[in-house]
Design a protein around this ligand. Sequence first.
Ligand code: OGA
Ligand code: MN
Length: 298
Amino acid sequence: MTIKINQLHPCFVAEFADVDLSKPIDDATFKEIVEGMDRHAVGVFHGPTLTEEQHADYAERFGPLDPNNGILSTGLKRRISPRLADIANLDHENEKFAKDSRRRMFNLGNQLWHTDSTFKKIPAMYSLLHAHSVAPEGGETQFCDMRAAYDALSQKMKDRIENLVAEHSIFTSRMKLGFTEFSEEERALHPPTRRGLVRVHPGSGRKGLYLASHASHIYGMPVADGKMLLMDLMEHATQREFVHTHHWKVGDLVIWDNRCTMHRARPFDDLAFKRDMRRATVQDLNYPEITVADEKVA
Ligand code: OGA
Ligand code: MN
């Protein structure tokens, strides 16, 4: 079968128009999807709504799933399958989070530009986000193309950043929203990680920027210089020409390649409407251990 692929943005993002993920996908079709993903980095599939098992099983064909689908640890009752991450604004009884709830504060961090799980020991390769219910207004997801953004840098900047390494932590992005109330147990579970600013995308051989709001500073550089450089690169990568907005419909499943894109959720009236999104996350097992010559921050 040759599947129909419609590119939705001049740089990236493909709609896999006629693939029904609730039906078995043969190996030849799956190979076409992988090749399409290597080229386009974000893949959009339309309904029908999948069961949690169908969703997780499909994701698992791309590689092992992240077994840890909760960051906030202590005593939270799950609403959905442990194979999936709960991205909804709903508690275990399917009620909307209260305005001041801790989980609501935490989830607001998804509205900052980021790449999934750069703060985990094993980062995310693919994320597969599936819409069970959507908000009537807002709640879009935006993506930016980190390979196109890299290509557009000056040679001088490419040379400058080639070997730079940033420190990433989930607490860095949450602190940006003023959310600092984490237990010692939660902090201990998520020590900082190191991520090179530039990486080669294996499926395409192209270089891309690798950034997220989880990045705080750059090793071997004064903190303020590193923060400034990170801010400049984030601003560069999220210019309109590199950004695509996905408007969700129930049953949509969007896959993105975290090795060469960033994304963010857009706001919606989460106190009034339910937005039920669930995510399967495929681990980036080949991410190399990064060593830095100069651990200390000047
Ligand atoms: C995610 C995420 C954005 C959204 O699932 O990793 O960042 O629009 N979601 O919900
Ligand atoms: Mn995310």
